[in-house]
Design a protein around this ligand. Structure first.
Ligand code: PLP
Ligand code: ZN
Length: 415
């Protein structure tokens, strides 16, 4: 049984059937999945969720696929860790990290792709396709392999080496396009009308894909003992994840799994080399002006973010802030996070931690707030970014003398 009512236009509220549609054909507004929350509440309790699998699918009643067997590599239910040492460095007394580096292909994209391909298979699609800044490519290729579907993945040709390999190894079609993500995405949009029998994860099944990000909110609340934190800091590429985290907390309140109305402050994090949402926030305007990305945070390098307008609205409505950070700050933040908490994040995680520090310093984050930062991807994906920034302390021949010369007995660290 499914509690999905259909798709609803975010602009004009018109209803559509739950098919592979993503824009309203009356006003071109984006479509969002709508649910019968009474039906969900009737079959969902803290106990029923806690008895479920230790993956994001423990929240299946709040996802748009009914009882369909999920296409799953085990994404979700990643660690939520208390970050006392990083918190002490930043002056934050109640800081937590949602460690989504622990997902099967190393990024939060496994959440959205698991939902998208489950829905695509349910709708009868045999081919999964996408345009990607890298992590989506990894995840679509892996989940398509798991589902026995074909995959066609389009990526900018200048992507990090690990992200290209982590896509091609799964045996799908990988097409490197000379251009940036916005060029690749435009080609992908043209292909969608050309190849209607393919499920384009970020186009014709995007409404379902996006719902997967709600599981970040569900898990954070459950892992805090069914409690909504005060503040969450979220990296922004298209802006989808940020808007769906807001939706997720609000749904938990609607179906009675948490007290209150599910509201919290939400802040956004971008790289200065691609900061259309932060720029609009700081200028206090609603229109997002597209930019040409130039940053080491390639996974966030979307110059014309599809959900930027809604992400900005979610930040403003919540009383949160939005910041942007330089490439140098991103690298320092990757090292700070690794040194203090033992978590190695990709550049997007560096963006989030550096922005967290900035917002704490500016007083946007209250130092006593229970704050959760989303660490959305693994550092092994973007080792290029650290070239020249992390090296062995000494390189020596294999002799005791050489060791003692390099690391003296009086070295205070080891005595
Ligand atoms: C895609 C991505 C994001 C942001 O996703 P949007 O929903 O497009 O804003 C954040 N972090 C990482 C590592 C990503 O790959
Ligand atoms: Zn509409």
């Amino acid at each position: 049984m499914s509690s999905v009512l259909g798709l609803r236009c975010r602009e004009c509220d018109r209803q559509f059937p739950a098919e592979a549609l993503h824009v309203c054909d009356f006003c071109f507004g984006p479509l969002e999945v709508s649910y019968d929350y009474d039906a969900i509440a009737a079959v969902t309790s803290r106990a029923s969720i806690e008895a479920g699998p230790r993956t994001m699918w423990r929240y299946h009643s709040l996802l748009p696929v009914g009882n369909e067997t999920p296409v799953s590599l085990g994404a979700g239910f990643t660690p939520l860790v208390r970050a006392e040492r990083l918190g002490a460095e930043l002056g934050l007394k109640d800081l937590w990290l949602k460690d989504d580096t622990a997902n099967p292909t190393g990024s939060f994209k496994d959440r959205v792709v698991s939902v998208a391909l489950t829905k695509a298979r349910q709708l009868g699609f045999k081919v999964a396709a996408c345009a990607s800044t890298g992590n989506l490519a990894n995840s679509v290729a892996a989940h398509a392999a798991r589902a026995g579907m074909a995959s066609v993945v389009l990526i900018p040709s200048n992507l990090e080496k690990a992200k290209v390999m982590m896509t091609t190894v799964y045996g799908g079609q990988v097409i490197a396009v000379d251009g940036n993500y916005d060029d690749v995405n435009r080609l992908c949009a043209e292909l969608t009308s050309e190849r209607p029998s393919w499920a384009f994860v970020n186009v014709n099944v995007r409404s379902y894909y996006a719902e997967g990000s709600k599981t970040l909110a569900f898990e954070i609340a459950e892992q805090l003992g069914w409690q909504v934190p005060d503040h969450v800091v979220v990296p922004i590429a298209s802006g989808s994840q940020l808007t769906k985290i807001a939706k997720g907390f609000s749904e938990l309140a609607t179906v009675g799994l948490v007290d209150g109305d599910g509201s919290l402050r939400i802040s956004g994090a971008q790289a200065q080399g691609c900061s259309p949402v932060a720029t609009a926030f700081n200028k206090n305007i609603d229109a997002i002006a597209p930019v040409k990305p130039d940053t080491i945070a390639k996974s966030l390098a979307i110059g014309n973010p599809a959900d930027g307008y809604y992400a900005l609205a979610a930040i403003k409505n919540s009383g949160g802030g939005c910041g942007s950070v330089t490439d140098g700050e991103i690298i320092d933040a990757i090292k700070l996070l690794a040194r203090t908490e033992g978590i190695f994040a990709e550049t997007a995680g560096g963006v989030t931690v550096a922005t967290l520090a900035q917002l704490a310093q500016r007083g946007v984050i209250d130092l006593n707030e229970k704050t959760v930062a989303i660490i959305s991807g693994h550092g092994l994906k973007t080792v290029e970014a650290l070239t020249g920034h992390v090296d062995p302390n000494h390189t020596i021949p294999a002799t005791l003398d050489a060791f003692d010369a390099a690391v003296g007995f009086d070295d205070p660290l080891f005595n």
